[in-house]
Design a binder for this molecule. Structure first.
Ligand SMILES: C[S@@+](CC[C@H](N)C(=O)[O-])C[C@H]1O[C@@H](n2cnc3c(N)ncnc32)[C@H](O)[C@@H]1O
Length: 209
């Protein structure tokens, strides 16, 4: 188990994760209309929230882990003071134009249908959900027995649990796309094709219909 601070330091020093985060933030900021409100779902220690707030987006954050939330409150202290970052006690209580879920937050859920149903009550029509999820096809994990043991599950159901105590799951994009209907349609998947095997994270952009 890591504390919020350990997670925070790791994420800010890992070059690979920083590259992924920069790409995610750029996509979110390019898509957000000026001044639009955003909900960072599973906001962790507030690394993205601080950036969105600095770009003029009022940022609601929902984070269930107390350790993460405590660090977020410290890291985003000034933004919280001026109501640019607002901590929510429940995820679906504010209407926003966009919801972001960076770094595998949605991998913590087994049932995406009810999750996206909840998102549909938060995200305005025309708004979007942007999520980064672990690619289930990532060949970097092929050295692990659990990855090979789950190949048939991946081909069949498009879904398998990750090993250990992480309680996370990996999903083929099609499984998430199906669960997001009828409230959201997939607008962009990056990478596509063989890129899903060479990159650990995939970005899924859904538009609220
Ligand atoms: C790898 S961290 C990513 C944190 C943050 N989004 C970031 O970019 O650094 C995954 C986060 O998902 C959160 N999480 C786990 N279960 C969740 C749930 N049911 N609802 C919302 N967030 C959840 C965890 O507490 C954790 O902060």
């Amino acid at each position: 188990m890591h504390t919020g601070e350990q997670y925070h330091e790791f994420m800010l020093t890992s070059q690979r994760d920083r590259r992924v985060r920069d790409g995610f933030q750029k996509m979110a900021l390019d898509l957000l209309p000026a001044g639009a409100d955003v909900l960072d779902f599973g906001a962790g220690t507030g690394i993205d929230a601080k950036v969105y707030a600095a770009r003029g987006h009022r940022t609601f954050v929902y984070e269930p882990s107390e350790a993460m939330r405590a660090h977020l409150a410290q890291y985003c202290h000034d933004e919280i003071e001026r109501n640019a970052v607002i901590i929510l006690s429940r995820p679906v209580i504010r209407k926003v134009q966009a919801l972001t879920a960076n770094f595998a937050v949605l991998n913590h859920f087994e049932d995406h249908a009810s999750l996206f149903e909840g998102f549909s009550r938060v995200v305005d029509p025309g708004g979007f959900v942007l999520a980064s999820m672990l690619s289930p096809f990532y060949l970097g994990d092929a050295r692990h027995g659990w990855w090979r043991a789950n190949l048939m599950n991946l081909v069949g159901s498009g879904h398998y649990p990750s090993p250990g105590e992480s309680h996370i799951h990996r999903f083929a994009p099609r499984v998430v796309v199906r669960a997001a209907k009828p409230h959201f349609r997939l607008e962009r998947l990056a990478p596509r094709g063989f890129g899903l095997a060479t990159q650990l994270y995939m970005f899924l952009l859904f538009r609220r219909v």
